[in-house]
Ligand binder design. Structure first.
Ligand code: FEO
Length: 403
C-alpha cells in the first residue's frame, strides 16, 4: 500500500504492533511505528530509517515506488537505532548516497555503523535542493539526543520532526485525525513525560525559535506514531504547557507499603486532599506501571510520596520511581513525604533527598510513624492532606527555576 502524505512525500516506515517496552525504559501499551519518509523529486531523499528488524519492510515499501538504487540523499535526523538501524542495509544498496546529519549525528553513526559513508554535516538554516522541493535543516539538540535535528520541506510547509511531537502508537492509520483522540493525547503526554521531560528549557527555546522564525507549518510528521495535519500550533502549545510546568490542580498520592501502615497513611492523606475539593489519584507503585505514573506526574501539580522503611532505606518498588524523578526533573511541582518504620527510619529521608535532587519543592519536613499509625496519627495524616491541598493552590509555577 503506497501512502503519499503530501504530494511527492511518501510514508515508507513500519508499524511495530507488538512493542510493549521501548528502549528498556517505558511501556508501550499501544505499540509504536518507525516512520520513514521518501521524497520523490529530481533527487530522491529518504528521511530517517526504521529499526533494523523492520529494514526489509522499509525496502519493500520503497520498491513499490522506485528502485532503492535511485536514492541520492539519506537524511538522518537522529542516530538512535530505532531510526538508523536499517541504514546499513540501505547503504549497501546505495553506498554512494550522501548522508546528511548534524556533526554529533556523524560521530554517532560513524561509531555505530561506518565512518566511511559520505557524510555531509549540516547546521540550522542549511538547505539542499532536490529539484522542486527544498529541504531546510533545523538542529534540535536533546530532543532527545545531542544529534537530533528536524528537516523542513519548505514548499510543502512540512516539518519532519523525528522523535519530537511523536507518540508510541501502532496504527493502520497514519494521521492523528483518523485515530482515537484519547489515545493520541494519552500517548503524546506519556511520550513527553518519559522521553523529553529533562529537556524542558531547551524545548521551550526551540519551539519559540521556530515560532519566531515565522515558517509556516501545515503538517508535523514525527518518526513515531501518527502525523499531525490539523492546527499544528496546538501541538506546539501543548508542548510549551508541559515544558513550562503547567499542570492540573491535582494531587497524586504515590506510595509503597510493607504491612499496610504506609497504605493507611496514604488513604488518610488522600481523604484530606479530597476534603478540600481537590482531585486526588492514588498509586501503589508495586501495582502500577512506572511510566504511566510518570505521565501522571507530568499532568499533576502535586505529589505526596510515602514508603515503609526496610534496611534504613525505601522498599524496592519505590527506588526506580525516585531515581526516575532525579533524571526527569519535573518542574513546577510541590511534594510532601511520609512513611512508617519499625526500630529505625530512613525511607522518608531518602525520598526527601531524592525529591530535592530532582528540583522538587517540599511543603515541609515529612511525617514518620512507628510501626502502625494510631487514630491520632491518622488524623494528622488527614490534616496533612488538607494542608497540602491548600498549599498546592497557592503554588505559582516559577518558570525556569528547574532546568
Ligand atoms: Fe525514536 Fe530517540 O529514538
Amino acid at each position: 500500500m503506497k501512502l503519499e502524505i503530501i504530494e511527492g512525500v511518501y510514508w515508507v516506515g513500519a508499524v511495530d504492533w507488538n512493542l510493549r517496552i521501548y528502549h528498556n525504559t517505558y511501556s508501550t501499551h499501544h505499540g509504536t511505528s518507525y516512520n520513514s519518509y521518501l521524497i520523490l523529486d529530481e533527487k530522491i531523499a529518504l528521511v530517517d530509517g526504521v529499526y533494523e528488524p523492520f529494514g526489509e519492510e522499509m525496502l519493500e515499501r520503497i520498491k513499490e515506488l522506485i528502485p532503492p538504487e535511485k536514492i541520492s540523499y539519506v537524511i538522518a535526523n537522529h542516530s538512535e537505532p530505532d531510526h538508523s538501524g536499517a541504514l546499513p542495509r540501505l547503504m549497501k544498496i546505495v553506498p554512494q548516497a550522501k548522508v546528511f546529519c548534524t556533526a554529533k549525528g556523524k560521530d554517532i553513526l560513524s561509531r555505530m555503523y561506518s565512518p566511511n559513508w559520505d557524510f555531509i554535516t549540516v547546521k540550522t538554516g542549511d538547505e539542499i535542493s532536490l529539484g522542486r522541493k527544498t529541504l531546510r535543516f533545523i538542529e534540535a539538540p536533546m530532543m532527545h539526543w545531542p544529534d537530533n535535528m528536524f528537516t523542513y520541506v519548505k514548499e510543502d510547509f512540512l516539518l519532519l520532526s523525528n522523535d519530537a511531537f511523536g507518540q508510541h502508537i501502532a496504527s493502520s492509520q497514519r494521521f492523528e485525525d483518523e485515530v482515537d483522540q484519547s489515545i493520541v493525547w494519552e500517548e503524546s503526554t506519556k511520550y513527553f513525560a518519559n522521553t523529553l521531560y529533562p529537556f524542558c528549557s531547551l524545548i521551550i527555546r526551540k519551539i519559540e525559535e521556530i515560532q519566531k522564525s515565522g515558517i509556516p507549518i501545515k503538517m508535523i510528521a514525527p518518526s513515531h506514531g501518527v502525523i499531525w495535519r490539523r492546527d499544528t500550533n496546538r501541538v506546539f502549545e501543548r508542548y510549551l504547557q508541559w515544558a513550562r510546568g503547567e499542570a492540573a490542580e491535582r494531587t497524586l498520592v504515590i506510595y509503597e507499603t510493607m504491612w499496610e501502615s504506609t497504605a493507611r497513611m496514604a488513604r488518610a492523606i488522600a481523604q484530606g486532599v479530597q476534603s478540600q475539593g481537590m482531585e486526588v489519584k492514588v498509586y501503589q507503585l508495586s501495582a502500577s506501571d512506572l511510566s504511566d505514573v510518570f505521565k501522571e506526574v507530568l499532568e499533576a501539580r502535586g505529589m505526596v510520596v510515602g514508603c515503609s522503611t526496610v534496611n534504613n532505606t525505601v522498599l524496592p518498588a519505590m527506588a526506580p520511581f525516585i531515581e526516575g524523578l532525579k533524571g526527569l526533573r519535573p518542574r513546577g511541582k510541590l511534594a510532601y513525604v511520609f512513611g512508617s518504620h519499625g526500630w529505625g527510619g530512613g525511607a522518608v529521608k531518602v525520598i526527601e533527598s531524592a525529591l530535592k535532587q530532582a528540583g522538587i519543592e517540599l511543603m515541609e519536613p515529612g511525617l514518620m510513624v512507628k510501626y502502625m499509625p494510631d487514630e491520632e496519627e491518622l488524623s494528622r495524616c488527614f490534616e496533612l492532606g488538607k494542608r497540602f491541598a491548600q498549599s498546592l493552590r497557592k503554588v505559582e509555577i516559577k518558570e525556569g527555576i528547574q532546568t
